[in-house]
Design a protein around this ligand. Structure first.
Ligand code: PLP
Length: 401
């Protein structure tokens, strides 16, 4: 039986010709998100926080209610701890630009992992270069799990920031954040979590996790592109200077000097993505309203079924076999470049991602140029998997021939 969530996603219903298995890149949008964005532009559009007219008040109220909705979803203590950004990349760059200078100096270290997306590596490389610190990376085991002994060995009193993904976009590995955060806290390091691949599939409670920062993107959790958020613990955000500057983030500007707005506006220079924030809140409302636990069981079933099915295909190896995974399945085929496999799957109506998945250090560690990656969502089902497996088998015969 088709999962009933499918009906909530117009593109999935209308584009039955495509088995959409590229959800780690971006998810499709439910009807209520599309409607929220459209209704905002049709009925409420105005700039926020500024004008003394009713439309602007309405827009501001909707925009700030959206922040509250997101704060509640991740169990932030207050909406002040939620800063709107363009997405995960911008959120991590914000921390690297505004927090790193407070703690990094000569001889200090930032610890990332070889599993990270480039968004959680390159900002730290730049920050380390700027402040004389060193970037180190925790090794990954062949299973795609972090080598926790290596993590402990590399974690020391000079480690000022630990930046780690919640769920690997390339392999699906779910990291043991509880242990990582406890160990990092024991040496006094701040913890930045890249939650891009977690928000659509797991309950995230930033207080229970105890992380200092948690970054995520709306478009990977059924919301529009161009909106995301940075959760930051209030005292951390208070201590940090602004990063981008201009309108919206000020309290009083004189030519001689400027005072800054209160949290979270201090970090939100310029006109924000108002419609995006409202769309993100609609996506959160959607996740709050569905039976999320049932969706998680369904996604796990699709992943298990796909894993078992692909294991039957001769010449195919699954990359990433951690026991705890998000709904991501990476694989390689003997004597075939992932791009060629992806092209042949596309010709058969199966949309997957191929390549290094913005995780080149991980590919280097695994000794492969890239993988073919199928990533699932609640609207995927075993039929999608069957289509993919049939297409993979056919691709196998064509590539050998
Ligand atoms: N981190 C991870 C784990 C991701 O999967 C992605 C996107 O693929 C990003 C960061 C970057 O997200 P965005 O491009 O939305 O900023």
């Amino acid at each position: 039986m088709k999962p009933h969530w499918r009906d909530d996603f117009p593109l999935i219903v209308e584009r039955g010709d495509v088995a959409y298995l590229d959800n780690a890149a971006t998810t499709q949008k439910p009807q209520r998100v599309l409607e929220a964005v459209r209704d905002y532009y049709r009925c409420t559009n105005a700039n926020v926080h500024r004008a003394a007219h009713r439309l602007s008040d309405d827009a501001t109220r909707a925009f700030e209610a959206a922040r509250q909705t997101v704060a509640q979803r991740i169990n932030a203590r207050t909406a002040k701890e939620v800063v709107w950004t363009r997405g995960t990349t911008e959120a991590i760059n914000l921390v690297a630009a505004a927090y790193a200078p407070l703690v990094l100096g000569e001889g200090d270290e930032v610890l990332v992992t070889e599993l990270e997306h480039h968004s959680n590596i390159v900002p730290w490389q730049l920050a380390c270069a700027r402040y004389g610190a060193t970037l180190r990376a925790v090794s990954v085991l062949p299973s795609g799990e972090l080598d926790m002994a290596d993590f402990q060995a590399k974690l020391r009193e000079h480690t000022k920031i630990v930046a780690v993904g919640h769920v690997s976009n390339a392999l699906g590995t779910v990291n043991d954040l509880e242990t990582i955060i406890a160990l990092a806290k024991a040496v006094g390091a701040a913890v930045v979590v890249d939650g891009a691949q977690a928000m659509a599939h797991f309950d995230v409670d930033v207080q229970a996790l105890g992380c200092d920062f948690y970054a995520f993107s709306g478009h990977k959790m059924y919301a529009p592109t161009g909106i995301g958020a940075l959760y930051g613990r209030e005292e951390m955000l208070q201590a940090m200077p602004p990063w981008q500057t201009g309108g919206e983030m000020i309290e009083r500007v004189r030519i001689e000097a400027t005072t800054y707005a209160a949290l979270p506006f201090k970090f939100e220079a310029g006109t924000p993505n108002i419609a995006g924030a409202i769309g993100l809140a609609a996506a959160v409302d959607y996740l709050n309203d569905i039976d999320f636990a049932a969706a998680q069981v369904h996604e796990a079933d699709v992943l298990a079924y796909a894993t078992a099915s692909l294991q039957q295909v001769e010449g195919l190896s699954i990359v990433g076999t951690a026991p705890h995974k998000g709904p991501v399945l990476s694989f390689v085929m003997d004597d075939a470049h992932p791009h060629d496999v992806g092209t042949l799957l596309d010709q058969q109506g199966v949309a997957v991602r191929t390549g290094h998945h913005c995780a080149m250090p991980l590919m280097d560690r695994l000794g492969i140029p890239g993988t073919v990656r199928a990533s699932f969502s609640l609207y995927n089902d075993r039929d999608d998997v069957n289509r993919m497996v049939a297409a993979v088998r056919k691709a196998g015969t064509m590539l050998v021939a």
